[in-house]
Design a protein around this ligand. Sequence first.
Ligand code: PEP
Length: 251
Amino acid sequence: MRKNIVAGNWKMNTTLQEGVALAKEVNEALKGATPKCDVIICVPFTHLASINAEIDQNKLGLGAENCADHKSGAYTGEVSASMVASTGATYVILGHSERRQYYGETSETLREKLALAFENNLTPIFCIGEVLEERENETHFEVVKKQIEEALFNLSAEEFGKVILAYEPVWAIGTGKTATDDQAQEMHAFIRSVIAEKYGKEVADNTSILYGGSCKPSNAAALFAKPDVDGGLIGGASLDCASFMGIVNAF
Ligand code: PEP
């Protein structure tokens, strides 16, 4: 059975001290609580080990926001999947639109990153989504299908079964403009049909597909009520414990 998941993406926010304090606050809020979803925070590399030491990963999963497309070696400034795993983190966001847009990530580099994530037992939270122009010229289904096919369809069914997908329409990220719950459902159902065509209905039904893009406590319940929306990848609202927990409790 697929899981409901709410995952935070802190992006390039918080100092180490602020980040540890926020993680402790979320961890505390989850103590004794029984949310109807798995809860994960994906944080800057510099924070991973310190946060791992402070949280109960049975209640709050920990992930990185990226990893390198090489195993190790002369890649100054890069952080490998094995380094991420060695901090105690077990998730990694891959293919976020900001990485694709500002750092030129392609399906080819993402295939390398996925392979390294699997080698190091990291669960990928893999992002896909169209830009505004693509939605306006109605190529959004085609674009999303291509992103999935190019980066993920070389995976075995077993590997694919470990991937968490996040549909994030780029026009909705950090803009305050959320996709309507019907727009999200329409795309999520389409994504599930694309997966079913390749891997079969069982794999498709078991894949968690999160929605991301200006998700907040006020719109989360309507989005999560849709049958193919299995939770959210949360940017801005994950930087405040009360907002993040408001989204977690929307399930
Ligand atoms: C994101 O970048 O993953 C995201 C969903 O951001 P926001 O919630 O701020 O739109």
